[in-house]
Design a protein around this ligand. Sequence first.
Ligand code: AP5
Ligand code: MG
Length: 225
Amino acid sequence: MFLIFLGPPGSGKGTQAKFLEAELNLVHLSTGDLLRSVVKEGTQIGKQAKVYMDKGELVPDNLIVDLIKTQMESTRSKNGYLLDGFPRTLGQVEMLEQMLSKTNRTIDRVIKFSLSEETLIKRLTGRLVCSVCGANFNTFFNPPKKKGLCDNCGGSLEKRGDDQAEIVRKRLEVYNQQSQPVEEYYRKQRKLMEVNASQTLQKTLAALKELIARDVSKSARGKSR
Ligand code: AP5
Ligand code: MG
């Protein structure tokens, strides 16, 4: 199975992908997470990417594709892949298709996370991330039991550098300009489904599972014909 989660910053892609990765035995690849780890390591790619990330702009396509290619080659696909935040430009769509065609694979579904801009801003400005295990919390919607500490591992919680109000606005603008054409592309291909991501974590997860199960049973019927 090859799934893509698309959606504006703060729509819940990463949170839901983490739940589904374990449940569906998929490899979760988030370009945002991969970039943050190379920035932390201080690699050459990390140094180049940081300049764009700090401003809320997209990192150039060639850097992203090299990163995702290396990651795909080094991870063993269990039941498949769940791409989170990639592809984000039409150039990345093209590069992904070239990559997949070499191994005779295709994308099964693209799921778009939909919700209002007002909620997105609250989710981003309230987000807290565990510095040890990466778990996500939110001061407004999902506060930790103990202030500043992760419920899962006790690690300290931090704000992401690009979650400041001004950079959040820029990221939303960049999404509308550069990533909405990606939605349109997959809509025309009849691969795009939408999930109402303004629901609670559990309701959104249940809706996603239903969409994925519906798709899997449909493609299984298609194959048996
Ligand atoms: P990236 O890390 O991908 O950031 P993003 O797309 O801006 O999305 P986020 O990770 O901020 O949001 P999310 O949808 O994952 O939401 P989350 O689950 O965390 O990219 C960062 C930067 O890297 C980019 O700006 C760019 O520079 C670069 N980059 C990355 N990929 C790139 C690419 N392909 N090409 C070029 N550049 C790229 O949830 C957010 C918050 O809401 C959390 O606090 C969570 O607890 C809370 N929450 C989630 N769901 C719910 C819910 N249902 N109810 C209440 N609260 C919720
Ligand atoms: Mg994310």
